[in-house]
Design a protein around this ligand. Structure first.
Ligand code: RVP
Length: 497
C-alpha cells in the first residue's frame, strides 16, 4: 500500500491570476483551436477543432442532431456505443450525409401509427411535422407528412391511424436529392410551404423547413473533413471492437474513443493494437478514462491518439461512492498533463489530453484549459440544449431535460463495464437538468467567456494559456464565501430583484 502525498483537488478549488493584457490581446485575436489527435511536436494535428468542446459519449447527449449542431460551431460529438453496431453506424451516417439546412427527419412513423402516438411525438421533438414512411424510418419509402394542423384528437380520435389524416405524397411538393439549399428555399417561398421533403426516387433523404431559413448561421470554423462533411466521433468498447470499428470506419467516423470509466487496462491496449494493426495511422482512437501519469503513459505507449481524464467527477456519476475509485479532477489533470509534456519531450510525439466530467460552469472549463487540457468533454452542459435527444419536460412552470448516466440502470449499461449479464450495481443516476435553449447560443456565450478569461490572462492561443497561466488554490473559507455569494445573487435574480 502507498499513500500519495497530496490532497485530491477539484477544478473549482482554483482561480486564475490575471496576466499582462497587451494591445494585441483582444477577444478577436484569441484562437481557441486545439489538436484532437496525436501529432509530432512542431507539426499540426491531423484533426483540429476550433472550439475545444466535445460532447460526452452518452445516450442522453450525443445524437446526430446534436453532433451536427456542435460541428457547426467548431466542436465535435462522440455518438454513444451503448447500442447495436448498426444503430451507431446509422448515427454516424446521418451526420456525414447532413447538408447544412437539410435536416435528417427525427419524427418518422409507420402507416399504422395512431394519431395519439403522433401527437405525443410532435410534443417531444422540435420538428413541427412527422413523416410517414413505409417502415417508419428516416430513409424509408415516403408516403406523406402529418402535423398538428392536420388533426385534432377530440375530433378524430387518438386511435385513428395516421394515413387517414396525413397529407399524402401525391398532394405534396417534394424535391430531388440533388437540389441545392438555395433552390430548396426558393421552392418553399414560391409554393408557400412550411416543409419540403427531399427524396431520392421515392425514398426520404431529408427535410428543409421554412423556419430554419433564418436560423441557419454560418460559423466559419465548422468542424469538417476533407470532403466538407461534418466531422463526428464515435465511442467504442474493448469487447466488440473487431466488429464495431470496421463498421464505424466504413460509415465515415472521424475519430473513435474507447469508452470506459476505468481505462487503465490491458483490454484498452489490445483494442488500440487492433486499430493500429488493421489501419496503421489512418484511423484515430482515443482511450481512457485515467487519473494519473502511469495510466497516461501506458495508453500513450499503446498508441492512443488522445487520452481522456476523469473518474467519478461526472455530474451523474456515483462511481466514487460505489467503488471508491477516482481522483479530484484538477489533481488528475495536472498529473496527466505533466506526463503528456514529459512524453512529448522524450518522444517528440504530442498526445492531447481531454478533461472529462464535472465541468458545470464556464469558468471550470477555463480552469481546465489553464491546467493544460487540450479539449473538454461535457455531458450535463450539452444535455440541457434543444438538440440533445432526451425529452423536455415541464415541472411547476419550469422546463427541464432528462439526463441520465451511462452507468445508470436506465442506460442498461451491462456492456460498458465488462459484465455480460444484468448489472449488479449502478454507477450513475437518472435525473433532470434545467433546459437552456439552443446549442449555438450557449456555445457562443461559452466561447465569449473563455476568450475573455484568456484576454485577462494575456493569452491568445491555448498553447500560451497552458504555458503561462498562473493558478492559485482558494482557501476553504473563500470558496465557501464565494459559493454563498453566488447563491445569494442567484436567489435575487430568481426573485426578480
Ligand atoms: P458531466 O459533464 O459532469 O455530466 O459528466 C459527463 C461524464 O460523466 C461522461 O463523459 C462520462 O465520463 C461520465 N459518465 C457518464 N455516465 C456515467 C455514469 O453513469 N456513472 N458517468
Amino acid at each position: 500500500m502507498k499513500i500519495l502525498d497530496e490532497t485530491s483537488r477539484t477544478l473549482n478549488e482554483f482561480l486564475l491570476l490575471p496576466g499582462l493584457t497587451t494591445e494585441e490581446c483582444t477577444p478577436d485575436n484569441v484562437d481557441l483551436t486545439t489538436p484532437v489527435v496525436r501529432h509530432r511536436v512542431g507539426e499540426q494535428s491531423p484533426v483540429r477543432i476550433a472550439t475545444p468542446l466535445v460532447s460526452a459519449i452518452m445516450q442522453a447527449v450525443s445524437s446526430p442532431r446534436l453532433a451536427v449542431a456542435l460541428a457547426e460551431v467548431g466542436g465535435l460529438s462522440f455518438v454513444h456505443q451503448n447500442q447495436p453496431i448498426g444503430a451507431q453506424v446509422e448515427d454516424v451516417r446521418a451526420v456525414k450525409r447532413h447538408k447544412a439546412g437539410f435536416r435528417t427527419s427525427e419524427i418518422n412513423v409507420k402507416p399504422s401509427t395512431t394519431l395519439g402516438e403522433v401527437a405525443q411525438l410532435l410534443g417531444d421533438v422540435d420538428q413541427g411535422v412527422a413523416v410517414v414512411t413505409d417502415d417508419g424510418s428516416a430513409e424509408g419509402r415516403f408516403l406523406g407528412i402529418i402535423g398538428p394542423d392536420d388533426f385534432h384528437l377530440h375530433r378524430h380520435g387518438s386511435g385513428e391511424v395516421v394515413t387517414a389524416r396525413m397529407r399524402a405524397y401525391d398532394e405534396l411538393t417534394t424535391a430531388p436529392a440533388t437540389i441545392s439549399l438555395s433552390d430548396a428555399n426558393e421552392m418553399i417561398w414560391a409554393n408557400r410551404l412550411d416543409v419540403l421533403p427531399v427524396l431520392d426516387g421515392d425514398r426520404l433523404v431529408s427535410l428543409v423547413l421554412k423556419r430554419d431559413y433564418q436560423a441557419h448561421k454560418t460559423f466559419h470554423n465548422a468542424s469538417v473533413d476533407s470532403r466538407k462533411r461534418f466531422r463526428v466521433g464515435a465511442g467504442i468498447n474493448s469487447r466488440d471492437y473487431a466488429d464495431r470499428v470496421p463498421a464505424l470506419v466504413e460509415a465515415g467516423a472521424d475519430v473513435l474513443c474507447l469508452d470506459s470509466s476505468d481505462g487503465y487496462s490491458v483490454y484498452q491496449k489490445k483494442a488500440i493494437e487492433f486499430v493500429r494493426d488493421r489501419y496503421g495511422e489512418k484511423v484515430f482512437v482515443g482511450a481512457g478514462n485515467v487519473v494519473d501519469a502511469r495510466a497516461f503513459r501506458y495508453l500513450a505507449e499503446a498508441g492512443a491518439d488522445f487520452v481522456k481524464v476523469g473518474i467519478g467527477g461526472g455530474s451523474i456519476c456515483i462511481t466514487r461512492d460505489q467503488k471508491g475509485i477516482g481522483r479530484g479532477q484538477a489533481s488528475a489533470l495536472i498529473d496527466v498533463v505533466r506526463e503528456r509534456d514529459a512524453y512529448a519531450a522524450e518522444t517528440g510525439m504530442y498526445v492531447p489530453v481531454c478533461c472529462d466530467g464535472g465541468l458545470l460552469a464556464d469558468y471550470h472549463m477555463a480552469i481546465a484549459l489553464a491546467c493544460g487540457a487540450d479539449f473538454i468533454m461535457l455531458g450535463r452542459y450539452f444535455a440541457r440544449f434543444d438538440e440533445a435527444p432526451s425529452r423536455k419536460v415541464r415541472v411547476e412552470g419550469q422546463f427541464f431535460k432528462e439526463y441520465w448516466g451511462e452507468g445508470s440502470r436506465r442506460a442498461q449499461n451491462a456492456a460498458r463495464y465488462g459484465h455480460t449479464g444484468e448489472i449488479s450495481f449502478e454507477e450513475g443516476v437518472d435525473g433532470f437538468v434545467p433546459y437552456a435553449g439552443s446549442l449555438a447560443d450557449n456555445v457562443g456565450l461559452t466561447r465569449t467567456k473563455l476568450k475573455a478569461t484568456m484576454v485577462s490572462c494575456g493569452a491568445t492561443t491555448l498553447r500560451d494559456f497552458h504555458e503561462n497561466a498562473v493558478l492559485v488554490q482558494v482557501s476553504e473559507r473563500s470558496y465557501e464565501q464565494n459559493t454563498a455569494e453566488v447563491r445569494l445573487r442567484k436567489r435575487s435574480v430568481d426573485a426578480g430583484e
